[in-house]
Write a protein that binds this ligand. Structure first.
Ligand code: SF4
Ligand code: SF4
Length: 634
C-alpha cells in the first residue's frame, strides 16, 4: 500500500505567510492608490550588498535601510547556526521554483544533474555573486535589482530592472527549475553562493580576518575587490571539490541507521535531491534544513535535527532571527553616507547637530550633494546622512560655527506662486506665519499643494527662522489668515499625478501669525513674478521716432500653470520682423503686454492677429522650431 507522505507544516505555514504577504502587497495598490509596495524592504541579499558598500565606501545603496542590513546579518547568523533558513523558509524564488520542480517531477520530466556537469554549473552562482557585489559596491547601487527575477516580476519590471538580464534570469529560473530540482538555488542564485561561503565558517572568518590584519593592522593598501575575489574563489574551490560543509552549520539532519528501514522516502522528499538514506548525517552543501526529509520519515526518531526531537526548531529559528533582525534595525542607525573631513583631533572635539525632515536627502547622490554643500561652511567637519528617516548629523567645530549658522546654511528659501489674482483685485493681503515642523523644500512643496486647493491663496515665500517663517500672499475677500492657519495645520495632503491619487501626512504647526500691510497689485506682481522683457529684430537700429507701441491687458500672464508660456509668446511674435520689443508689464490693474513695433513694417491689427493664432511657433535654444497650442486671447 502506498504511504501518504506527511506534510512539513512548519515550513508550509511560513511559506504561505510570505506568499500571502506578497499577494497583499500586490493587491493593496488597487484599493489604496497611495500605497507603494516595497518588495525589497526585507531583502537580506540587498542588505549584504549594502553592508559591504558601507564598509568599503562609507555609503549605502539609496534604497537600502538598516532593516535590510539587519536581515542580512540575521541570514549570516542563521547560516552559521542552522543552515540556509532564508532559502528554505522565506525566499519567494525558492518557494516558487520548488513548486515548479514538483510539477516537473509529477510529469516525470525532472532530472538530477550530477558529476562534472553539476560541479561546473556551480561556478555560475559564484561568478554572479562576484559581479553583483563588484558593481553594487563600486556604484553604491543595488546591481541585483537589474536581474533578480523576483524583483522584476513583483515590481512590474520597474526602471531598475535591465530587461535582457531579467528575461535571461527568468528563462533560467522557470524552465531550469521545472526540469532540474532547485536549478536556480543550486546553480544560479548568488545569495546561495554567499550563504555557502558563510557556511564554510572558519575559511570565511579566516579570509576576512587576514584582510583586516593586512589592511588595518599592517596598513597595506589592498582593495576590497581582492577580499571579494578571495571569498568567491574559496567558495568555488570548497563547494566544487567537497560538496559539503564542516562544523557549520551547527544543527544538521542526523539519521539513526539502527531504526532506518531504507525505504528511501526521505530521498524522494528532499527538494535538493540529496541522498539521505545511506549517510549518518547530512552535510551536503545544498541542505537548507527544510526538514522535509525528517517529516517524511515513517520511522519514529530515525531522522532528527542533531539527534533531537526538535522538528520545530528551524521554523522557530527563522521567526526568531527575523524578529531579532527587526529589533536590531529598530535600535540601530546606519548612515547612508558618512563623510568626515576634519582631522582626528578636530573630530574628537567636534560637536554634533542633528537635523530631521531633510526630505531632499533621499538617496546616495542627494546625500553626497548635501555633504558637498556642507563642506562650504567653515567649521563643518563631517556629515552623516540617513535616507531612511531623512535626517542628517553635522559634525562641527563649536569654536568656528554654531547650530543656528548650520541650520541657516542648510535652509533653502522657497518662493512659490500658487494662483493668479482675480481680475478685480487691487490689493493683496499678507500675513507671516511661523511654522513648526517645516524646514525642507519638500515641506514647501506640500504646503503649495494644500494652498492650491484653497481659492484665494496667491503665493508664499519661506524665510529662515526658528521656526521657519512663511509669508503668505492672499485675496482677503476669499480667504482669511485664520483659515490659512487651519489649512497649514491640516494633517493629510491629497493630490493626483496623472489621475493617480497621492497622499502625504504633514505635522506643520503654526506657532504665530503676524498680519502685514497689504501690497498694491503692481508691487505684488513685481515681487513674485520674474520679469519677461526682451528686445530683438534690430531694436537698437530704430530710434523712438520710427517706432510705435501697443499695450494690451494680459491677466493670463499671472497664471502659474502656464509656466514659460509668456516666453513662448515672445518667441512667436518675434517671427514678425516689424516687432522689436516684448515686455510683460506689472500694473495696478494686473499684467499688461507691451510691444514696440516699426509701423512701416507691420501694424497693430497684424500683431493682434498673430498674438491670437491658435499655435505658437517657438524657436528653441538648440536652434530648432516647435509649435505649442496658444493658451492666450487678446
Ligand atoms: S536533506 Fe533534508 S533538510 Fe536538507 S534539504 Fe534535503 S530534505 Fe531538506
Ligand atoms: S531515514 Fe527514514 S525515510 Fe529515510 S530511508 Fe530511513 S526510514 Fe526511510
Amino acid at each position: 500500500m502506498a504511504r501518504t507522505r506527511k506534510k512539513n507544516y512548519y515550513r508550509l505555514t511560513l511559506q504561505w505567510i510570505i506568499v500571502t504577504l506578497l499577494a497583499y502587497m500586490l493587491v493593496r495598490p488597487f484599493v489604496d492608490r497611495s500605497y507603494v509596495a516595497d518588495f525589497e524592504a526585507y531583502c537580506p541579499f540587498g542588505g549584504l550588498q549594502a553592508l559591504s558598500s558601507f564598509l568599503a565606501n562609507n555609503s549605502l545603496a539609496c534604497s537600502m535601510t538598516t532593516t535590510q542590513i539587519a536581515m542580512g546579518l540575521a541570514l549570516l547568523a542563521g547560516v552559521f547556526l542552522f543552515s540556509k533558513l532564508f532559502c528554505s523558509y522565506i525566499c519567494p524564488i525558492g518557494t516558487f521554483t520548488e513548486w515548479l520542480s514538483k510539477q516537473g517531477k509529477r510529469f516525470k520530466m525532472n532530472i538530477v544533474i550530477s558529476g562534472i556537469a553539476d560541479r561546473l554549473l556551480r561556478l555560475l552562482k559564484y561568478a554572479l555573486l562576484f559581479v553583483t557585489f563588484y558593481y553594487s559596491v563600486s556604484s553604491s547601487e543595488l546591481f541585483c535589482k537589474t536581474f533578480d527575477p523576483y524583483y522584476a516580476v513583483f515590481s512590474g519590471f520597474s526602471s531598475d530592472v535591465v530587461m535582457s538580464y531579467a528575461v535571461m534570469a527568468l528563462l533560467l529560473a522557470i524552465p531550469g527549475s521545472f526540469f532540474v530540482r532547485q536549478f536556480w538555488c543550486k546553480y544560479i542564485c548568488p545569495l546561495s553562493a554567499a550563504s555557502n561561503i558563510f557556511s564554510f565558517g572558519f575559511v570565511f572568518l579566516g579570509i576576512v580576518a587576514l584582510y583586516a590584519v593586512l589592511t588595518a593592522g599592517f596598513g597595506l593598501s589592498i582593495g576590497w575587490i581582492w577580499l571579494l575575489g578571495a571569498l568567491c574563489l574559496a567558495g568555488v574551490i570548497l563547494e566544487t571539490t567537497r560538496l559539503k560543509f564542516g562544523i557549520f552549520p551547527v544543527v544538521k539532519v542526523t539519521r539513526n541507521a539502527d531504526t532506518c528501514t531504507s525505504c528511501r522516502l526521505c530521498d524522494k522528499a528532499c527538494p535538493m535531491a540529496i541522498k539521505i538514506s545511506d549517510i549518518p548525517k547530512v552535510q551536503h552543501i545544498d541542505c537548507h534544513l527544510c526538514g522535509d526529509c525528517v517529516t517524511s520519515c515513517p520511522e519514529p526518531e530515525t531522522l532528527q535535527f542533531s539527534k533531537r526531537r526538535i522538528n520545530w526548531l528551524p521554523a522557530a529559528a527563522t521567526v526568531a532571527l527575523v524578529a531579532l533582525g527587526l529589533a536590531f534595525a529598530s535600535v540601530t542607525d546606519i548612515p547612508t553616507i558618512s563623510q568626515k573631513w576634519g582631522d582626528a583631533e578636530q573630530m574628537e572635539n567636534a560637536a554634533v547637530y542633528r537635523q530631521s525632515g531633510i526630505k531632499s536627502v533621499k538617496c546616495f547622490g542627494s546625500s553626497m550633494s548635501f555633504a558637498n554643500h556642507m563642506r562650504e561652511l567653515p567649521g563643518v567637519l563631517g556629515v552623516e546622512a540617513f535616507v531612511s528617516d531623512n535626517s542628517v548629523k553635522i559634525y562641527y567645530d563649536p569654536a568656528v560655527t554654531n547650530e543656528t549658522a548650520i541650520k541657516e546654511f542648510i535652509f533653502t528659501p522657497v518662493s512659490r506662486v500658487i494662483a493668479a489674482p482675480a481680475q478685480n483685485i487691487s490689493r493683496v493681503a499678507m500675513a507671516e506665519f511661523a511654522v513648526d515642523k517645516f524646514f525642507d523644500p519638500s515641506d514647501a512643496g506640500l504646503l503649495a499643494i494644500k494652498a492650491s486647493q484653497q481659492p484665494g491663496i496667491l503665493a508664499f515665500e519661506t524665510m529662515f527662522g526658528e521656526p521657519v517663517h512663511t509669508l503668505v500672499y492672499f485675496d482677503s475677500t476669499l480667504v482669511s489668515a485664520d483659515e490659512i492657519s487651519r489649512i497649514i495645520e491640516e494633517k493629510k495632503v491629497k493630490w493626483e499625478v496623472d489621475g493617480d491619487p497621492r497622499e502625504a501626512t504633514t505635522g506643520f504647526k503654526v506657532a504665530s501669525v503676524e498680519p502685514k500691510r497689504a501690497l498694491n497689485l503692481k508691487s505684488y506682481l513685481e515681487k513674485m513674478y520674474e520679469p519677461v522683457v526682451m528686445t530683438f529684430n534690430g531694436f537698437e537700429n530704430f530710434d523712438s521716432t520710427r517706432t510705435a507701441g501697443v499695450l494690451l491687458p494680459f491677466p493670463a500672464a499671472a497664471d502659474p500653470s502656464l509656466n514659460d508660456m509668456p516666453w513662448y509668446l515672445l518667441s512667436h511674435i518675434s517671427n514678425n520682423r516689424g516687432v522689436v520689443k516684448f515686455e510683460v508689464i506689472p500694473s495696478d490693474t494686473g499684467f499688461v503686454l507691451g510691444l514696440v513695433y516699426i509701423p512701416e513694417m507691420t501694424g497693430r491689427d497684424e500683431i493682434i492677429r498673430q498674438l491670437n493664432e491658435p499655435e505658437l511657433k517657438v524657436h528653441l535654444s538648440d536652434g530648432s522650431t516647435q509649435t505649442f497650442r496658444n493658451p492666450y486671447k487678446f
